[in-house]
Design a protein around this ligand. Structure first.
Ligand SMILES: C[S@@+](CC[C@H](N)C(=O)[O-])C[C@H]1O[C@@H](n2cnc3c(N)ncnc32)[C@H](O)[C@@H]1O
Length: 269
């Protein structure tokens, strides 16, 4: 396991994932029934963007640091959460900040150091369970939850090209075990072929994808864009996702050819 999220925290992919995560959680929180949130690839929980790993790559300069000033209304909720949390929040800290007292959160992380950090972050928190276990196994072990409503976030590092097919199988398994849950999987867009194969492998109904492309995905050595595939999206989420992506593109894009903010519905079946 080479991937460490501390080197990438705050990049544009993180901003897209987290802005949509906040909106998905807000939609679920509109109803009073308790929620269960499973974060299968949780990372360290939060990150110091002034520390060496983040400074070395400086990826946050083209991500979260571009969003700090003159926050557009579509990103206000997300940025208020980020600002309120001290250290830059990863998906676990961001999720936790929105939960009510009857909601529950489970986080899985395989890397020993990131797991230790995550465990430390939530050690006094009865609402959050932290597991050092394989994400794909966790989908079997931790689903279905006793709560009828909730969200599963699948956020693999994609260092191994097989992660696309694992993400498709993971969504399918999560849907079989938790059919009422909102299920979201982040994916990189370096070039189109693996993304098309990922969509083809998703034979689920009611799936949308939200993509932020910074440029035409022609050079497979670069992260040209990223997306979130969402199974069972909340009512009218497509419109909301489009507004969020448009605001992100306005700040994070450099007007390169092919940049786009796209919300699409995958054909049912
Ligand atoms: C992209 S990062 C997660 C970032 C986090 N979701 C966030 O938004 O703040 C992916 C994480 O998955 C972990 N990981 C990789 N393979 C895993 C597996 N099979 N099971 C559990 N965790 C895994 C990595 O150690 C890494 O911390």
């Amino acid at each position: 396991m080479n991937y460490r999220h501390a080197f990438h925290a705050g990049n544009f992919g993180d901003c897209m994932k987290h802005a949509l995560l906040v909106a998905l959680l807000r939609a679920l929180l509109r109803k009073p029934a308790p929620l269960f949130v499973l974060d299968t690839h949780a990372g360290a929980g939060h990150y110091d963007l002034t520390a060496e790993p983040a400074q070395r790559t400086n990826e946050a300069a083209d991500g979260i640091f571009r969003l700090l000033h003159d926050v557009p209304p579509a990103l206000d909720d997300y940025m208020t959460a980020v600002r309120g949390l001290g250290l830059y929040p990863g998906s676990p800290a961001l999720t936790r900040s929105l939960l009510r007292e009857d909601d529950r959160q489970a986080c899985c992380e395989a890397h020993p150091e990131d797991y230790a950090a995550l465990r430390g972050l939530f050690r006094h928190d009865r609402q959050v369970s932290v597991h050092q276990r394989d994400a794909w196994q966790a989908l079997k072990a931790l689903l279905p939850p006793s709560q009828k409503r909730g969200l599963v976030l699948i956020d693999p590092p994609y260092e191994d090209p097989r992660e696309f097919s694992r993400a498709a199988s993971g969504l399918t398994l999560a849907h079989a075990r938790f059919p009422t849950g909102v299920l979201a999987a982040w994916y990189p867009v370096k070039h189109r072929a693996p993304v098309r194969a990922f969509f083809d492998a998703l034979s689920l109904r009611d799936v949308i994808t939200a993509e932020l492309l910074l440029r035409e995905p022609l050079d497979p050595s670069r992260l040209n864009g990223c997306g979130l595939a969402i199974v069972n999206p909340p009512y009218r989420f497509e419109r909301e996702a489009q507004v969020i992506l448009d605001a992100l593109l306005e700040r994070l894009g450099d007007r390169e050819p092919g940049e786009a903010a796209l919300v699409m519905r995958l054909a049912d079946e």
